[in-house]
Design a protein around this ligand. Structure first.
Ligand SMILES: [Zn+2]
Length: 343
């Protein structure tokens, strides 16, 4: 099957697979059901053959994850610390990487690199960031981090990284739009890969205008989706803790919270319907709010359905399935993808 898929001869395939097995990169994971002839071997990648670190840097915290080739999170650390453009802050970031590698006794030979996700427009080819209005990322951020870390370092947009993780987690590479509902609203367009656009601004859904002359957005304009659907719209009621908001709304039946959430869903439905009209694919609700919407998804679909002209259901609206540090994992995923491709 491998030979047919790759269009190379069977002896060459066998030789290459033996080499990968000797290198400890693949193993026999069993046999496929027989379709008449001899049962075919099921080969699988050795998850811990290579490891990568992903780091999500936000205004208020830093998350670091250590992942293997199957995207299992082997260890993670989350620290609440305000972003500062200062050398000791960058040193702290580098220390987090060193500590997680030391604690897990990661063999340097097996370590692929460090991916960093940022709430900014990121040119992934040049490792530069721009329009980082959420946090004040300096132009030389990449240079500073690369100086402190003796491993390959790459930068990514946080929502693109999270969307990429979600696409892999869903296990089917069908087109998908990921809407990241965190302290700022972002998103990703996934058509086999992340569509970044001509200027690395693809999927910046947070600045779609949904209310003419509406509430002010941090970008300086008015009526952006971000002003209506960032997690803060809800978590401001509970001191910045979005899980607490959902917990209290359910546990106490707080009417004020419930009204705020109903308003939130109305605006979110406008955005979701617009995305469906643009892309005609699943729209996945992710980020901090998406991860909390399990109990309300059917109610939300009913709101969306009323807006949708071509169909009688809104089953295309999905809740994200990967809810643990998707941006950090997505940043590490770059190295995993790269390695598996080279294999
Ligand atoms: Zn805006």
């Amino acid at each position: 099957m491998v030979a047919a898929d790759l269009g190379i001869s069977l002896p060459t395939v066998t030789q290459n697979l033996n080499y990968l097995r000797e290198c400890g990169l693949i193993f026999n994971a069993g046999e496929f059901e027989s379709t008449g002839g001899r049962k075919a071997n099921m080969l699988s990648i050795v998850p811990e053959a290579r490891l990568a670190v992903g780091m999500d840097v936000t205004q208020t915290h830093v998350s670091v994850v250590l992942t293997d080739l199957k995207l299992n999170i082997l260890d993670s650390v989350k620290t609440h610390v305000l972003f500062r453009d200062a050398d000791d802050y960058y040193e702290m970031l580098a220390n987090h990487v060193r500590m997680i590698l030391e604690k897990n006794e990661v063999d340097p030979e097996k370590f692929l690199g460090v991916g960093i996700s940022l709430p900014a427009i990121v040119n992934e080819r040049e490792n530069t960031s721009s329009y980082s209005k959420v946090i004040d990322i300096p132009d030389d951020f990449y240079v500073q981090m690369q100086k402190k870390l003796p491993y390959p370092v790459r930068l990514f947009n946080d929502a693109n990284a999270a969307g990429w993780t979600e696409l892999q987690a869903r296990g089917k590479l069908q087109p998908m739009v990921y809407l990241s509902l965190s302290n700022s609203v972002g998103g990703a367009v996934l058509m086999n890969r992340v569509y970044t656009g001509r200027n690395w601004r693809g999927g910046e859904f947070g600045h779609m205008t949904i209310v003419p002359n509406g509430k002010e957005c941090y970008c300086g304009r008015r009526g952006c989706l971000n002003a209506y659907c960032s997690a803060r719209v809800l978590s401001d009621y509970t001191d910045g803790d979005i899980r607490q908001f959902f917990y209290e709304m359910k546990a106490t039946g707080n009417r004020g919270y419930r009204r705020a959430f109903e308003d939130y869903m109305q605006y979110l439905a406008l955005a979701v319907n617009n995305l469906r009209m643009c892309f005609d694919c699943d729209v996945v609700l992710g980020g901090m709010v998406g991860a909390c919407m399990e109990d309300y998804i059917e109610e939300f679909k009913k709101i969306v359905k009323k807006l949708t002209p071509f169909e009688n259901s809104a089953e295309y609206v999905k809740i994200c399935s990967f809810r643990t540090e998707p941006s950090a994992v997505g940043a590490a995923l770059y190295f995993v993808d790269d390695f598996v491709r080279q294999m």
